[in-house]
Design a binder for this molecule. Structure first.
Ligand SMILES: Cc1cc2nc3c(=O)[nH]c(=O)nc-3n(C[C@H](O)[C@H](O)[C@H](O)COP(=O)(O)O)c2cc1C
Length: 172
């Protein structure tokens, strides 16, 4: 899809058909968009965990209590490792959140390009999610998204509620 049309069309999707899995090759193309995302000093301080099995999904779906989330046939979890991320020398600023956010944005845009719904979720219960997956030492949870197709009849909102350019842009 043409890039500007793609970013106009993308919406957070909160409607998933639990019975329609996404083919593995499609999932891999979406995940590859995250794999090749840029990161500070190219440290790539991330790990992607794709949850697709019914048993694990049941556990992971408990981390965010919205009915639409519990219907998603896949959940992608982005995990970051602060021992691997880039730190700015003079003030130790850690780029990890930026790195993980860029990876997630690549993934969400790639999902849109594949006609697969996604919704960035941050308001999950960290403890429940951490119990469901195996985190390595130094790893932390950063963001998750359901991945899947919508139920028949689903329609996007089709309107972007955003501040105007006048409100956010300063040209000096
Ligand atoms: C960092 C971040 C965290 C978000 N967390 C949640 C969330 O926990 N639950 C949810 O339903 N949507 C979440 N969203 C989706 C936003 O609500 C959504 O992107 C915003 O309202 C704009 O709508 P749009 O994505 O449809 O354009 C999150 C988005 C971002 C970027």
């Amino acid at each position: 899809m043409e890039f500007y049309r793609l970013i106009e069309n993308r919406e957070s999707i909160r409607d998933y058909n639990p019975n329609e899995k996404v083919h593995e090759e499609v999932l891999l193309r979406i995940l590859n968009a995250g794999r090749i995302a840029p990161s500070a000093s190219n440290k790539q301080p991330w790990r992607f965990i794709l949850v697709s099995s019914p048993q694990k999904l049941k556990e992971v779906h408990e981390c965010y209590h919205r009915e639409w989330f519990k219907n998603s046939p896949h959940v992608l979890i982005l995990v970051g490792d602060k021992s691997k991320s880039w730190k700015r020398s003079y003030d130790s600023f850690d780029s990890i959140e930026t790195d993980l956010a860029i990876a997630m944005d690549h993934i969400i845009l790639a999902a849109e390009n594949e006609g697969v719904g996604a919704c960035w979720i941050i308001a999950y219960n960290k403890n429940i999610l951490a119990q469901a997956i195996q985190l390595n030492e130094n790893e932390e949870l950063y963001c998750i998204t359901p991945l899947g197709y919508q139920n028949p009849g689903f329609k996007k909102r089709g309107n972007k509620i955003r501040k105007s350019m006048d409100e956010i842009l300063e040209i000096i």
